[in-house]
Write a protein that binds this ligand. Structure first.
Ligand SMILES: NC(=O)c1ccc[n+]([C@@H]2O[C@H](COP(=O)([O-])OP(=O)(O)OC[C@H]3O[C@@H](n4cnc5c(N)ncnc54)[C@H](OP(=O)(O)O)[C@@H]3O)[C@@H](O)[C@H]2O)c1
Length: 182
């Protein structure tokens, strides 16, 4: 069986990065990174846009699709042997994953904004971490629909997901995670 799961950490105002596309230290957290890295270790493949990457010592070992419009359908990534460049307009997700050698298992979607949004109809689960003490005015929202009157939670509800309990990851830093499921 295949599952699609999203992972993001957002500021109190629902942002994943500042206006220039940089992820500020205020939403970086070691406990959240541990949660992410351990989750990705269990995933069959990682999917992200060309400006995103999870980092960490095991990144090169993970199979991944890098979403880009620079190619028409699917192409090798000369810099990363375990990665393929993928344009969703040119090839289905199923076929791209088959080309990557992936059958069953969890596909972890790790951003950025447009990639998180494209997958909204498909998530079995979305793990929304929040750095409650951080605000990023004018930043990049986790979904394209996030705005002054629309929170990430509004968007997840709109797309048929329901929240589980809040789990504290780092109480002192005000960082927690809620897993939303369909
Ligand atoms: N806080 C978090 O959890 C989190 C998560 C992810 C990222 N971030 C941060 O957020 C920053 C900004 O993210 P971002 O949203 O600008 O970056 P992104 O999604 O990683 O990269 C954007 C690029 O991905 C490709 N792309 C996106 N959607 C596509 C689509 N539907 N079809 C084809 N290609 C598509 C395009 O690449 P081409 O230009 O090659 O066509 C686009 O320029 C990142 O740099 C990272 O620092 C934070």
């Amino acid at each position: 069986m295949r599952r699609i799961e999203g992972y993001a950490i957002v500021s109190a105002d629902g942002m994943i990065a500042d206006a220039k596309g940089a992820m500020p230290d205020s939403i970086r957290n070691a406990a959240d990174q541990r949660f992410l890295q351990e989750s990705l270790d269990r995933a069959a493949a990682v999917v992200h846009g060309r400006h995103s990457h999870e980092g960490g010592p095991r990144a090169a070992l993970r199979k991944r699709l890098i979403v880009t419009r620079r190619i028409t359908a699917l192409a090798p990534d000369p810099a990363q042997p375990n990665a393929l460049l993928w344009n969703p307009l040119g090839m289905s997700l199923d076929r791209a994953l088959a080309e990557l050698g992936i059958g069953d298992g969890t596909i972890a979607v790790i951003g950025g904004r447009e990639v998180f949004s494209v997958f909204l109809p498909l998530y079995h689960a979305f793990h929304l971490s929040r750095a409650a003490n951080a605000k990023i005015p004018g930043g990049i929202g986790v979904f394209t629909e996030v705005g002054p009157d629309t929170t990430p939670e509004d968007v997840l509800v709109r797309h048929g997901l329901r929240p589980g309990p809040r789990r504290d990851l780092d109480v002192d830093a005000g960082v927690s995670v809620v897993t939303w499921e369909r």
